[in-house]
Structures are given as C-alpha cells and as structure tokens.
Design a binder for this molecule. Sequence first.
Ligand SMILES: O=C(O)CCC(=O)C(=O)O
Length: 281
Amino acid sequence: MTKSSNIMRLALLQLMHCNDKVANVQNAASKIESAVKEHRPRLIVLPEWFNAPFRSYSETIPDGYTSQHLSNLARKHQVYIVGGTIPELGENDAVYNTCTVWSPTGDLVAKHRKLHLFDVDVKGGIRFKESEMLCAGNDFTIIDIDGHKIGIGICYDIRFEEMARLYRNAGCEMIIYPAVFNMTTGPLHWELVQRSRANDNQLFVVTTSQARDTNANYVSYGHSMVVNPWAMVQQSASEGEETVVADIDFSEVEQVRQQIPIFGQRRIDLYATENKSKKRE
Ligand SMILES: O=C(O)CCC(=O)C(=O)O
C-alpha cells in the first residue's frame, strides 16, 4: 500500500482494571469514546489483559464477547484499535495471551499470540510462570495502516531483540507492545527496553500499560510510552488512568535511517537474524 500520510495520531489508553470483565470492557468503551471525541486519533491502543487475565474469562476470537465489542467500537468510531490483550480460547482447549487488531470497518485485521511467555524468578522481586497457565504463539504479526507497516508484540516479547529485528527487516516503522511491567522490572527496564528496541531498529516503539492498582496481586508499573526512532521518549504517562495522545511523524524514521545508516553497514557476511517460523512475513 502506498503511504497516504506521514502523520498518524495515536491514543494510548492506560486503563484501570478489575476482576469484572464486563466492567473492564465498558470502561474501555467509554475511554475510547472520549478519546475519539476529544482527539480524533487514527489508532487507539489498549493495555495487555485489559479485559481479564484468567482462563475462566477466555473467549474465542473473533466471535467472543470482547472481540465483538471491539469490532463494534472500531466501526462506530471509524478508528483502528489495537485491542490490548485478552485470554483467547484456542484449539485443543489451549489459552493464549492474544492481541487483536480491528479496522475502522470493524474487521479483524490480525491477531497476535504472545511469543515469549513471562517465566522469571527475580530473587527478592518477582516470581512469575506464565507458561503454567498459557501457551505461546508461533507467528509474527505485521499490520499495515495507511501504508505504514507496524509490528505487534506483547509485553515480555519486547525483551527479545531478534523479534524486533525481524520486524525491522520486514519494513516496519513502528512496533506496538501492549504490556504490563511490574514494580520490580518496571523501574529497572521499562524505559530502557523501549529505547533499546527503538535505537537498535530505528523505528517508533509504543507501549500501553494498565494503570497502577496498589491493591492488585500484580501491581502494574504504568508509564505507557511512545519512543521515537532517535530513541527519545516522545511522550509518556504517569501511573494512573490516563490517555496519552501522540502524533507520530513517520518521516523521522527515514531521517534517522539516512543519517545513521547502520542497516547498510551491518556485516551480514558474518551474522544474520533469520525468520524460521512457518508463516513468513
Ligand atoms: O519483562 C518484564 O519485566 C515484564 C513482562 C511481563 O510482565 C509480561 O510479559 O507479562
């Protein structure tokens, strides 16, 4: 697709979350409505696990409760929606951490199942084993909005440089990660990994987090963020419920790539990052 505009307005909805799926979807719907009325974004991004994080709430895509609501909201408001993530009930009763993307016609553009599950044990900090509850996806996901290629990853996926590199190699100008870092790794790495991926690959990195609820079992770090291809933080939220509005200027991607042309200078005679998935982008 040819690029119809170099500017794209994003709205990142950093949402508060509770254990009531219907209330969470309603909250997202009302924040989407306000963002559209006040800011007219082209693309809205929701947080990881914005509806509910548990198997008991899992649903099929695209006919499940949350999918149908996101589809209707995208159509009603004529906007693209990167629908954070939801627990997807997949084949053989497997549950995935899945991001859906909806077009302004209400169609499902793509779904991305988290590739890297968050299995960590940080002494005195956080222990988490996402693979006890969920299965990992196997496919990369690239969408096209107005001629701009955008890669999709989910939370822990951001730590894997090879994935971002493959997206860059496939022509992406932005990577969006719905994510919820925590109070151990958030202060340490949240901004660092975003600026690293942006710097390594000379593209925009966008994250949308849940808002911080200090009474939750898993306390979110917050700070939804847009990092530009110079690896500078263009905009960022604080901890609470907040909407971040950012005008992305895609011409910055080309400027950085021309001025610091690392991709033409790589020694690909000596090393490579190879896509081994069955479904190649
Ligand atoms: O990478 C991190 O520190 C946090 C990742 C995470 O919370 C997740 O993937 O769910």
